[in-house]
Ligand binder design. Structure first.
Ligand code: F42
Length: 147
């Protein structure tokens, strides 16, 4: 189901610009982390408190059609705000290139988390240094397609 309502762009300019260029080109431009060849996806989510539509670019971590959203926020001491949005409203939309689908986001723990963390770090090894920078355990959401 499409996530509709008032769209509130990110207050961070580089993030806002990335989403704007990604969407304007149907995912053909601005589809990597700026200055790198590392692919990103854009996840539309709903604000936990405001109910507004938010769009969050994240690194593309994928296996067999399942994606992983890594709440790293550059190794900051606190979770990114979108973490709370995903918990409150687990139905999200993920755009990978030109393809946009609905997914259910679920926090993973234990062995499943360990497996998906390995996938995340083998996809983008900077996540490992972000984990070293912070005392919190970086949360991982598994995103499974909703038919
Ligand atoms: N961040 C990651 O954590 N992991 C990644 O892999 C990642 C990759 C990435 C690639 C490209 C790129 O452009 C950005 C990338 N980022 C990555 C950064 C990511 O897109 C986010 O900007 C970052 O994680 C910070 O997330 P944030 O949700 O804390 O964003 C802040 C800047 C933000 O938008 N804050 C809003 C604000 O107005 O201050 C709040 C937005 C919001 O959702 N508010 C909620 C609401 O109800 O509307 C309140 C929710 C609540 O309950 O508190």
């Amino acid at each position: 189901m499409a996530i509709e309502g008032e769209y509130e762009p990110s207050p961070a300019k580089w993030v806002r610009d990335q989403v704007e260029q990604f969407e304007a080109s149907n995912g053909q431009e601005a589809n990597t982390l700026p200055g790198t060849n590392d692919p990103i996806v854009v996840i539309t989510n709903r604000g936990a408190k405001s109910g507004k539509v938010r769009k969050t670019p994240l690194m593309r971590v994928e296996r067999d059609g399942v994606y992983v959203a890594v709440a790293s926020k550059g190794g900051a001491p606190e979770h990114p705000v979108w973490y709370h949005n995903f918990v409150a409203h687990p139905e999200v939309e993920l755009q990978d290139g030109a393809v946009k689908k609905t997914y259910r986001a679920e926090l993973v723990e234990g062995e499943e988390r360990a497996d998906l963390w390995e996938l995340a770090v083998s996809t983008w090894d900077t996540y490992a240094s972000y984990q070293e920078k912070t005392d919190r355990q970086i949360p991982l959401f598994k995103l499974t397609p909703v038919d």
